[in-house]
Design a protein around this ligand. Structure first.
Ligand code: FES
Ligand code: FES
Length: 151
């Protein structure tokens, strides 16, 4: 099988995989990086949301071959040592999570939104398409506003 090298949370990794293997499978099953969750596998629920070169993307529908030479960031790559990313801290301060399953993807979507739009409106936040079956949308909105006010 071919090999692919990409940057994962600041460290180069090389993996052996079929070219069409979804990155989510490579991350979770090959590299043990389980922050990005498997919900639907078809790019709809967005539980797997991570960043590719800083932009939010869905690794369940992205072949590993497309990531070669690029920078992949998962929820595991947000904190700086023991210091949480401001969005992670805002999530804790607003007590956002319920079951937690969708939350890594929600946080990664929020970080990408704030990078592009540092002061999003409620409508901007509602443009995030990540599904939360527990219905934590009101707290997600509050946490994003908190992170925007205290970057
Ligand atoms: S697992 Fe649902 S969008 Fe990736
Ligand atoms: S917190 Fe349970 S699915 Fe979002």
């Amino acid at each position: 099988m071919p090999t692919y090298t990409f940057d994962l949370n600041g460290t180069p990794v090389t993996v052996e995989a079929a070219a069409d293997a979804p990155l989510l499978w490579v991350l979770r099953d090959g590299l043990g990086v389980t922050g990005p969750k498997y919900g639907c596998g078809v790019g709809v629920c967005r539980a797997c949301t991570s960043h590719l070169d800083g932009d939010a993307f869905q690794p369940c529908t992205t072949p590993v071959a497309d990531c070669a030479g690029h920078a992949v960031t998962t929820i595991e790559g947000l904190a700086q040592g023991d210091t949480l990313h401001p969005v992670q801290q805002a999530w804790i301060d607003e007590d956002v999570a319920q079951c937690g399953f969708c939350q890594p993807g929600q946080i990664m979507a929020a970080v990408a939104l704030l990078a592009a739009n540092p002061h999003p409106t409620d409508a901007d936040i509602d443009g995030i398409e990540n599904v939360c079956r527990c219905g934590t949308y009101v707290r997600i909105r509050r946490a994003i506003h908190r992170a925007a006010a205290d970057p």
